[in-house]
Design a protein around this ligand. Structure first.
Ligand code: NDP
Length: 241
């Protein structure tokens, strides 16, 4: 029986590649997204993956959304917490709203999404929780105090929950991508990318979303059962922890 995988922020960028790679590997996949209906419908048409709209920063919305996914596909066995946003500003200009939006979306969502599927994973004695953190959660990034804090929080969540899930056959791991060629990075001005970002990446290029998706497929597999609490970096050598 194909396992069921749910990917948050699965309709664009890295998440869309993760959905396609999991589907190609034989999973029944559902993609969540926030509000960009046009991108979601385009993704659904080209991939055949069903899409579900809700805001991962709301616990109630996650509970309702997961119920709908499970009614359609079956119990969630692989959860990929991928949805994330940036609201960059130097700290002396950062607003409370920018701080809260990023913390609630990038870190709060890990509680909001994982808590409703956790009991089912424990009962079935199988689960995979894969959290997409960031290189900037490992090293800190100027202008991204909110984002760096949220992504570092994702790593603490991963390490603690991995210990709780271990005896129940649930693994919890994090992936820290470096700079990946998606709309999030395309928003960085071209000259900043060329002059300030690319020279810092030893392999000399941005990563591609498929290169993160392959790591997810690896961690999701039944036989990745001895890997838990790990942080896998995929950053072209930019930061070696
Ligand atoms: P994109 O901006 O390309 O896509 C983001 C996706 O997340 C979209 O599907 C979006 O939905 C969804 N999303 C955003 N907010 C919410 C929300 N509140 N509820 C539900 N869905 C939401 O992002 P990337 O693909 O670049 O990034 C994916 C993940 O990888 C993020 O967690 C990011 O922090 C992380 N990452 C990215 C890096 C990069 O270089 N790109 C580097 C390191 C980490 P909608 O289309 O409806 O807006």
């Amino acid at each position: 029986m194909a396992r069921v995988a749910l990917v948050t922020g699965g309709t664009r960028g890295i998440g869309a590649s993760i959905c396609k790679a999991l589907k190609a590997a034989g999973y029944k996949v559902a993609a969540n997204y926030a509000g960009n209906d046009e991108a979601a419908q385009k993704f659904k048409a080209e991939s055949g993956v069903p899409v579900f709209k809700w805001d991962v920063s709301s616990f109630e919305a996650c509970c309702d959304g997961i119920k709908k996914v499970e009614a359609e596909l079956g119990p969630v066995e692989v959860l990929v917490n991928n949805a994330g946003i940036t609201r960059d500003a130097m700290f002396h200009r950062m607003t409370l709203e920018q701080w809260q939006q990023v913390i609630n979306t990038n870190l709060g969502s890990l509680f909001n999404m994982t808590r409703p599927v956790w009991e089912g994973m424990r009962t079935r004695k199988f689960g995979r929780v894969i959290n997409i953190s960031s290189i900037n959660g490992q090293k800190g990034q100027m202008g991204q105090v909110n984002y760096s804090a949220s992504k570092a929080g994702d790593l603490g969540f991963t390490k603690a929950l991995a210990q709780e899930g271990a005896r129940a056959g649930i693994t919890v791991n994090a992936i820290c991508p470096g700079y990946i060629n998606t709309e999030m990075v395309q928003a960085v001005p071209k000259d900043v990318l060329e002059k300030s970002v690319l020279p810092l990446i030893p392999v000399g290029r941005l990563g591609e979303p498929e290169e993160i998706a392959r790591v997810v497929v690896f961690l999701a597999a039944d036989d990745a059962s001895f890997i838990t609490g790990s942080t896998l970096t995929a950053n072209g050598g930019q930061y070696i922890a």
